[in-house]
Design a protein around this ligand. Sequence first.
Ligand SMILES: Cc1cc2nc3c(=O)[nH]c(=O)nc-3n(C[C@H](O)[C@H](O)[C@H](O)COP(=O)(O)OP(=O)(O)OC[C@H]3O[C@@H](n4cnc5c(N)ncnc54)[C@H](O)[C@@H]3O)c2cc1C
Length: 366
Amino acid sequence: MSLFFRPSFHHFLSVRLLGTAAPRTLNGKHLESSSFQGGDACPVALSFEDPSAFRVKSFGELLRALGVFRLCSVPILVNNCGKLMSFARSLLGKRGFSLILRPTVYAQFVAGETEGEIAVAMEKMSSLGLRPMLAASVSKVRVLVDAEYTYMNPALSLVTMAMMKKFNQKGAWIWNTYQCYLKESRLLLLDAISQSVDQSFCLGVKLVRGAYMDKERKLAKQEGRPDPVHQSWEDTNDSYNGNLDIMLDLISLHPQCYRIIVATHNEESVRHAVSRMGGLGIDKHAGSVCFGQLLGMCDHVSLTLAQQGYSVYKSVPYGSVDDTVPYLVRRAQENRTVLQGIRKERDLLRQELRRRLREGLTGGRK
Ligand SMILES: Cc1cc2nc3c(=O)[nH]c(=O)nc-3n(C[C@H](O)[C@H](O)[C@H](O)COP(=O)(O)OP(=O)(O)OC[C@H]3O[C@@H](n4cnc5c(N)ncnc54)[C@H](O)[C@@H]3O)c2cc1C
């Protein structure tokens, strides 16, 4: 099963691997033993306001992140970034294109191309208390199947549910993804739950809002079908929180059988999950609920959660510049829709940059 250990980028888009190993340390402390005020049943409010989360980044990384997020806020660039990238690729050639992309957008969102580069990225993540999603250096892995376009999802789900039935008898090793921007997401989730009850298998759920909104709408319009996506962000949000509540209620009753990764950069959804976990008495160390963000996005959310002792995974894409272009285009477009999180991240990055410049000027004197 070489796919498990060195998947091509194309395959990575459909399957992600979760390592079971715990991250090593954070600020010299083991996370599993990190002190947490109030205990599990009474979580402290998460503020996500602390720029110190970015102290671990080099000056160059701070500048790069700010520059990339700035570019992602220019609508004309983002709306046409696919076309602009292929134009630049044909104008500059493979080498020239790679020279520009590698130190900038690519370095922000992709771990690297070689095993050495990926190992360095994973090591860094692990030292911050974050778990890489796509870890192959562990003896057991969980397989998360991504959700794609609605014309592909039924086939993907059929195979995934069949694999769950075979491999998830004693634990959730195979997980499926539910895109809450789809009007049918509630029905799909309830159907999966009822299959898991009827056929006695464990259900692993990756809950996302959904990454292909523009294309879904365009396709539906072209084919004269009703739009499969909720009408507004608010409706998607209600759908996300509703599906999240269904899963958390189930997990509180059967923590061994139901598992969820709350895959979002949205601070309110994260707060909602943490508060409900506290209310239902779900143990944050038990592994039945974990959180996920993409590499290069909303590190302040990931690091704050990790500091509070929650399990946090960073999705780690890798591959050559050419292979990752479609992924990079999606990230740029996503940064346009993940407005609130990115604005906050930019503010925090600026604060940290200013702090370092002040420190440099005053030689560290207060
Ligand atoms: C770990 C991880 C794994 C992921 N895996 C997948 C995957 O397998 N498949 C997949 O499709 N995506 C995947 N995603 C991406 C995800 O679906 C979202 O696109 C992304 O996380 C942004 O949503 P948010 O909840 O983080 O941010 P938010 O800012 O809260 O929400 C932005 C999202 O809301 C929705 N939205 C925005 N505007 C509207 C509107 N006008 N009407 C309706 N809905 C709207 C869109 O889904 C948009 O992406 C993954 C994300 C993470 C973090």
